[in-house]
Design a protein around this ligand. Structure first.
Ligand code: UTP
Length: 407
């Protein structure tokens, strides 16, 4: 792309200011900026006008497989799951492309230490959890790690330095997710450098599309992996590639499984699994009306009582169908570093604009069916979003100790 082409493209989206510093850039910087413009999806910005207009269909309950039922079939499910792992049919996908802005660390979230008397890194806890299954089944599980341009190098260097916390590196594959532009509240793209637009990772919903684009899907196919367990970096207690969960999803002939926890209170801020227009879906806590919050099932239990914890098992064949469909785009308020009118980089302390994301939870609605699989909250759900308070380093430390993990 040359200057004139870039200018015309930007003009179409009213973003000509992106070229304001062009004349003072070196030839290399000019090229980097033109390359970035050529590879940016500007259409997303137009969606600001449709903000808050994503509407839900008709919501009805989707029964979860609860602890008692799981316990009753545990042996059978475990056998099926272990067999799938032993036959190399299961891979794990760690979503680690996020910025972790709420945690407020400059490093990738996985590099954060939650130890008290020693270093205990988030990545270390995650890998240890997966190693439990490797040791249990005697089979390596291919671990795919999604990073972003912002944290890829740091993540890879760190894990290499730490010898992958004991994981066999030949079973670890990194891939990088895409970025989308970040704008102020009027839809004007911020500049991060004179030669670079501000961008943010494009959300956790594009992971499978990114695997395809980066060529990683070929590896999945070559290795005969049929199931991918995708999970967030920040839940330090979750069981990954859990044989019982895998076995239950296979036994119930579901294309997708979702680990869920019983809600702590009707108004708890978690996305709740349900049916929407007859297909599996997740209704966010702020979309849950009073009527839905108070609805009960035939047993008199709350009908919308199970929250998702971002740990899903997808059949690869189903993902191939999902990826062809269109995912809704979410507009999220964030703190976005930007150059002010004097060309000085400002790091805001409050949200100052929008980034554009697709979310993994929207993939559930594109699947033909889904098994919500209950797990014990205090044993599998310790998300780290903030330093203190709810879903924090502190709350996760308490839960880890409760589960006998030395910190
Ligand atoms: P969060 O929604 O908590 O976002 O991510 P975040 O970026 O990590 O944190 P905040 O909101 O800025 O504080 C949930 C999971 O999805 C991954 C994260 O790494 C985490 O595992 N994620 C999120 C991505 O992989 N890519 C993204 O673009 C966003």
């Amino acid at each position: 792309m040359n200057y004139e082409e870039a200018y015309q493209l930007l003009k179409k989206y009213r973003q000509e200011h992106v070229l304001n510093y062009y004349q003072e850039l070196s030839a290399q910087e000019q090229k980097m900026l033109l390359d970035q413009i050529a590879s940016t999806d500007f259409d997303v910005i137009q969606l600001i006008e449709q903000k808050n207009s994503i509407s839900k269909g008709v919501i009805s309950p989707l029964a979860a497989m609860q602890l008692d039922e799981i316990e009753a079939h545990k042996k059978e499910f475990r056998q099926i799951g272990v067999k799938a792992i032993e036959n190399g049919k299961v891979g794990a996908v760690l979503l680690a492309g996020g910025m972790g802005t709420r945690l407020g660390s400059d490093q990738p979230k996985g590099m954060y230490s939650i130890g008290i008397t020693k270093e205990v890194y988030i990545f270390e806890r995650i890998i240890r959890n997966l190693l439990d299954v490797v040791e249990d089944t005697g089979s390596w599980i291919h671990l795919f790690i999604m990073t972003s341009d912002k944290n890829d190098q740091m993540t890879q260097t760190f894990l290499k330095e730490k010898n992958y916390f004991g994981y066999d590196p030949s079973y670890v594959t990194f891939f990088i997710q895409e970025m989308s532009p970040a704008t102020n509240y009027n839809g004007r793209i911020y500049m991060e450098e004179k030669w670079k637009m501000s961008t943010s990772p494009n959300g956790n919903g594009g992971w499978f599309a990114s695997m395809e684009r980066c060529g990683v899907l070929k590896l999945v196919e070559q290795e005969g992996i049929e199931w991918l367990n995708v999970f967030a970096v920040d839940n330090v207690l979750q069981r990954i590639a859990d044989p019982v969960f895998i076995g239950a999803t296979i036994a119930r002939q579901c294309a997708v499984g979702a680990k869920v926890v019983k809600k702590a209170a009707p108004d708890e801020k978690v996305g709740v699994i349900c049916l929407e227009d007859g297909r599996p879906s997740i209704v966010e806590y702020y979309e849950l009306t009073k009527e839905l919050m108070e609805a009960v099932d035939e047993k008199g239990e709350p009908a919308y009582n199970f929250g998702v914890i971002l740990n899903y098992l997808f059949r690869v064949e189903e993902l191939m169908q999902i990826v062809k469909k269109c995912m809704p785009l979410h507009i999220v308020e964030k703190k976005i570093p930007f150059l002010d009118q004097n060309g000085v980089l400002i790091r805001p302390i409050r949200p100052n604009g929008y980034k554009f994301e697709t979310l993994v939870l929207d993939m559930i609605h594109l699947a033909k069916n889904c098994l919500p699989f209950e797990v014990v909250r205090n044993k599998e759900f310790a998300p780290i979003k903030n330093r203190t308070g709810i879903d924090s380093v502190e709350s996760a430390q308490a839960l880890l100790k409760e589960n006998g993990i030395e910190l």
